[in-house]
Design a binder for this molecule. Structure first.
Ligand code: GLV
Ligand code: GLV
Length: 320
C-alpha cells in the first residue's frame, strides 16, 4: 500500500499534486491555523512521514505514537520545535529547509535593521495618524547605518549573507560564533570577537543564532547592560534567545536605543504585549523568509526530502 503522509498545514495543491499517486496524503484543512495536538497525535499513529511547520511541537510523546514514522520534514531552517535527539534515538530522520531561504531572510534582517535605525514604521504611522505638519530639523531623526559597526551573533549561512549586505553599507563587521569561521572571515572580511566584546563595540547587535540549550536567554539583562546606550538590537532568529522582560527594561530605561524584532518568545503576540507599548520597538510577525519564491521552495524541498526517505534514499537536507 501507498505510504501515508500527513501534512500538518494546508499548502497549495500545485506543490503536493505531483505526489498524489505515490502517497496517501492527509492534510490539516487550514492554512491559517496550526494543527491541534490531538489531531497530530491521532495522525501520527498511521503516518510514514509528516510535514511540519515551526508552530508544530513534535516531542517524545508524539513520536512514541508514530510507530511507522520515518521522517519529520520541517518547513523551516530552525528545528527547535522538534526533539531531534529523541527522533534520532528512534531512527526517525529530521529534515529542515536551509539554503533556499538564506538570501530572503538576510534581506528581511537588513530591512528590519534599516527600519529600526531610520524609524520607518514609526514615521509611516505618523502620517497615517495625520500628524505631519511641517519639516523640522530633528523630526524623526534616527541613527546612521553606513560606516557603523554591526555585530552578528551566529555566523551561519544567514549570518554571512547579512554580513555581505552590511559590507555594501561600508559597515565594520564583527561576529561571534561557537566555532570560528576563517573561511567566512576571508570571504567577507568579518572579525571574530568574544561575545562580550561584540556587545560592547557594536552599534547594531544582530541575533542570528539558532535556539538551543546554550543560546536560550542569551540576550539578558547582563548582555543589554554591556551594549552601547545607542545600540540597536535586531532579532530574526528565535524569540527564545532573548529574555523579553530584560529587553523591555533595557529599552524602557534607555540602556539601549531601539530594537527590531521579527520573533518572540511566545508567538503569536498581540497589541497588548509589553514590547509593543514602546515606540522604539519595530515588530514583525515572524516573516523572515516570507517571499513567495522562497516559501514555495521551502515547501518543495520538504516534500523532496519526504520522497527521498520514503524511497529508501538519503534526504537532501537532513538535520544531523
Ligand atoms: C523560520 O524561522 C525558519 O526557521 O525557517
Ligand atoms: C532634505 O530633503 C534636504 O533637502 O535636506
Amino acid at each position: 500500500s501507498r505510504p501515508r503522509v500527513y501534512m500538518a498545514r494546508k499548502i497549495p495543491e500545485k506543490i503536493w499534486m505531483p505526489y498524489k499517486d505515490q502517497w496517501d496524503i492527509q492534510m490539516w484543512p487550514y492554512e491559517d491555523l496550526p494543527v491541534s495536538r490531538t489531531e497530530l497525535f491521532q495522525q501520527l499513529k498511521q503516518a510514514d512521514a509528516i510535514f511540519t511547520t515551526l508552530t508544530d511541537v513534535v516531542d517524545q510523546e508524539l513520536m512514541d505514537n508514530g510507530k511507522h514514522l520515518k521522517i519529520i520534514a520541517n518547513m523551516a531552517v530552525g528545528y527547535d520545535n522538534i526533539d531531534v535527539e529523541y527522533a534520532h534515538k528512534k531512527g526517525i530522520i529530521v529534515t529542515n529547509t536551509p539554503d533556499v531561504l538564506t538570501e530572503s531572510t538576510a534581506d528581511l534582517t537588513f530591512a528590519l535593521l534599516l527600519a529600526a535605525a531610520r524609524r520607518l514604521v514609526e514615521a509611516n504611522q505618523y502620517i497615517r495618524e495625520d500628524k505631519w505638519t511641517t519639516w523640522s530639523p530633528l523630526f524623526m531623526a534616527g541613527t546612521d547605518v553606513h560606516h557603523k559597526t554591526i555585530g552578528i551573533v551566529g555566523m551561519g549561512r544567514i549570518g554571512e549573507a547579512v554580513a555581505h549586505r552590511a559590507k555594501g553599507f561600508h559597515m565594520n563587521v564583527l561576529y561571534h560564533n561557537r566555532r570560528r569561521r576563517p573561511d567566512a572571515e576571508k570571504r567577507i572580511g568579518a572579525t571574530y570577537v568574544p561575545f562580550e566584546d561584540l556587545l560592547e563595540q557594536s552599534d547594531f547587535v544582530v541575533c542570528m543564532t539558532p535556539l538551543t540549550r546554550e543560546t536560550e536567554g542569551l540576550f539578558d539583562r547582563k548582555a543589554f547592560q554591556k551594549m552601547k546606550h545607542t545600540a540597536i538590537f535586531i532579532n530574526t532568529s528565535r524569540g527564545g534567545t532573548v529574555n523579553e522582560q530584560d529587553l523591555y527594561e533595557a529599552l524602557k530605561e534607555g540602556k539601549i536605543l531601539a530594537a527590531g524584532l521579527d520573533v518572540f518568545q511566545h508567538e503569536p503576540i498581540g497589541k497588548d504585549h509589553p514590547l509593543l507599548q514602546l515606540d522604539n520597538v519595530t515588530a514583525l510577525p515572524h516573516i523572515g523568509s516570507a517571499t513567495k519564491d522562497t516559501r514555495y521552495q521551502m515547501m518543495k524541498l520538504a516534500l523532496e526530502n519526504i520522497e527521498l526517505v520514503l524511497n529508501g534514499k538519503k534526504p537532501k537536507t537532513p538535520v544531523t
